[in-house]
Design a protein around this ligand. Structure first.
Ligand code: GLU
Length: 571
């Protein structure tokens, strides 16, 4: 009896590997094209690190006219979660990282190198495992969990390396006859790889990110097929990336230490290994300690966080490119209007240790990204977000969409657009004062600054609306009139004038503008006031001034007649 008999007994129905070798021929791509993938386990949680990996993978594939595919690694069926695949495909779609090939929804896939879900590739793995058994490079192991535990304990006591290797690998020395007898006897088993590596020998590997790395060879007889007939990660990785013709494996650097094993498996199976790029995880500064972004502790580790906060996908992608390549920032400065597609990502410019996640920076990018959007785009994206997360904002935007477009158009579309919205969840409080229903339903504290005296404030508002404001004025005329009003009040018409003679004036034109701004919006900081006034129009400005006057509590002619004012406000 020989290895073939053993292999046939274990996997009687497995096809010869030639069948799959022919079924999945080399890809017809141009020289240098990168075939790469994102290969998550469907755990129900999409980590921002996965998005980061996918962005890098998709970009490299695109830059080289290669292929980016999505493979679902669901061989750990204990961990499996319902609809986790659609969570992954939806996240990739949302961030414009759709794969060229692979899973596209929970149960659908595209491409000729499938199935792209490992649990559906059982027969393929078994063929390759059978092949290894036939070559004498894999064997059934009958050790029970208790026996393995005993081995581990003995190793611990003797303070030697743990694992199933060398003299500890009890079943590797069973003869084919012994193994066959045990199987026929109904004993349970798994399949292990028979390692020919030696711990005292080194292998060298060149990683596309980490550079040159040295490791001891692998001497562990690792499990390749588990008791449920499914492969372990290591075996599936080698079989799949071989058959799918992956040229570059981009994955988290927690796998770097598995390199000796993976290279050995490729070699022993007679396959050409792909190149590897091990990415350092995204880190977080936790009170001075640098640690990985954690699914448990950090809400921003979840891709869903960005969607819920309404941070635009473009901003997240741009931020991730920022941490991926240190030269991105300079490129962006030189090319403020270019699309991210125009940036060439370089693996050798990736940071070897983990980049720190910086929310302030991300939000800052969000502001720039949104500042470049047209009012229509802001409207559409904010509305789509509001429909899911903020019914009040949805109502605001939808009630009079033409009006909302005007509000969102303030200081937009010019050379220096205003950068005050980082995420859609900021929008409501950014624009709500432009909506009368909301404005009058809120309590306002009217934070006047230099000119605080109620009589002065009332006089400014009174004069301005009676004598100076006109909807038809252009911006220059509008501003000249605020200067005229300042002069009439005895303040400096120009800031410069005031600075030259500060003792001569109680205030200047800027302070008068602040009074108008605060009276209109109850804020000291708003976008362009001329545009705000144009949108509100004289009637609504007048009404807001009434409200502001009442709020000052000053003993003016108008305030004596508070009841009348209130009535006017109700109109
Ligand atoms: N399923 C593995 C993981 O989620 C994939 C690693 C790889 O890309 O090879 O970490």
């Amino acid at each position: 009896m020989d290895y073939k008999d053993l292999a046939d007994l274990i996997f009687p129905d497995a096809k010869p590997i030639e069948y799959y070798e022919e079924k999945y021929p080399a890809r017809d791509l141009k020289e240098g094209a990168i075939v790469t993938r994102f290969a998550p386990s469907p755990t129900g949680f999409v980590h921002i690190g996965g998005l980061y990996q996918s962005l890098i993978a998709k970009k490299l594939a695109k830059q080289t006219e290669g292929v980016f595919f999505l493979r679902i690694e669901d061989t750990d069926q204990k961990r499996e979660i319902k609809s986790a695949v659609s969570g992954i495909t939806a996240a990739l779609k949302q961030f414009k990282l759709e794969p060229d090939e692979g899973m596209i929804s929970e149960n659908e896939e595209k491409g000729k190198y499938g199935p792209y879900k490992q649990s559906e590739r059982k027969a393929i793995y078994q063929s390759y495992a059978k092949h290894l058994i036939e070559l004498g490079k894999a064997y059934p192991c009958f050790c029970s969990p208790e026996e393995l535990d005993q081995i581990r304990k003995k190793q611990e006591t003797a303070k030697i390396r743990p694992g199933y290797y060398g003299v500890w690998a009890k079943c590797r020395n069973l003869t084919v006859e012994e193994a066959i007898a045990k199987i026929k006897n109904g004993e349970k088993y798994i399949i292990r790889f028979k390692s020919n590596g030696r711990e005292d020998r080194k292998i060298q590997h060149h990683d596309m990110i980490k550079g040159k790395v040295d490791f001891p060879e692998n001497d562990q007889d690792i499990v390749i097929i588990k008791a449920d007939g499914l492969p372990t990660y290591h075996f599936a990785h080698v079989v799949d990336d071989h058959l799918m013709h992956t040229t570059l494996v981009i994955r988290g650097d927690e796998w770097l230490s598995s390199m000796p094993l993976h290279l050995q498996l490729f070699h022993e199976m007679g396959f050409k290994p792909p190149k590897y790029a091990h990415i350092a995880p995204i880190m977080k500064n936790d009170n001075g300690n640098k640690r990985k972004l954690s699914k448990r502790k950090d809400p921003e580790a979840a891709v869903s966080y960005y969607e819920e906060a309404g941070i635009p996908e473009d901003a997240v992608n741009e931020y991730l490119l920022n941490i991926a390549n240190s030269n991105f920032e300079n490129w962006r400065r030189a090319n403020p209007d270019k699309s991210l597609d125009d940036f060439t990502l370089q693996l050798n410019k990736m940071s070897v240790s983990g980049a720190l996640f910086d929310m302030v920076k991300l939000l800052d990018i969000g502001k720039t990204v949104i500042s470049r959007y047209t009012a229509e785009r802001v409207y559409d994206e904010a509305l789509a977000w509001a429909k899911q997360y903020d019914p009040e904002l949805q109502k605001m935007l939808e009630e009079d969409s033409a009006y909302s477009l005007k509000v969102l158009g303030i200081e937009r579309g010019n050379k220096k657009p205003r950068k005050d919205i980082a995420k859609w969840s900021d929008l409501k409080q950014n624009i709500d004062y432009m909506y009368d229903d909301i404005f009058y339903s809120q309590q306002h504290d009217y934070p006047y600054q230099v000119i605080k005296n109620p009589e002065d404030i009332n006089k400014i508002l009174e004069l301005y609306i009676q004598k100076y404001y006109n909807d038809a004025d252009d911006k220059q005329t509008w501003f000249d009139k605020i200067k005229d009003l300042s002069g009439e009040m005895g303040y400096a018409r120009e800031v410069k004038e005031y600075k030259q003679n500060p003792e001569k004036y109680a205030a200047h034109v800027g302070d008068v503008s602040t009074v108008l701004r605060v009276a209109l919006t109850s804020r000291t900081n708003t976008p362009d006031m001329y545009e705000i006034m144009q949108i509100l129009g004289k009637d609504r400005i007048t009404k807001r001034f009434y409200a502001a006057k009442i709020a000052t509590g000053a003993n003016t002619a108008e305030n004596k007649n508070e009841e009348d004012l209130k009535k006017k406000l109700k109109k």
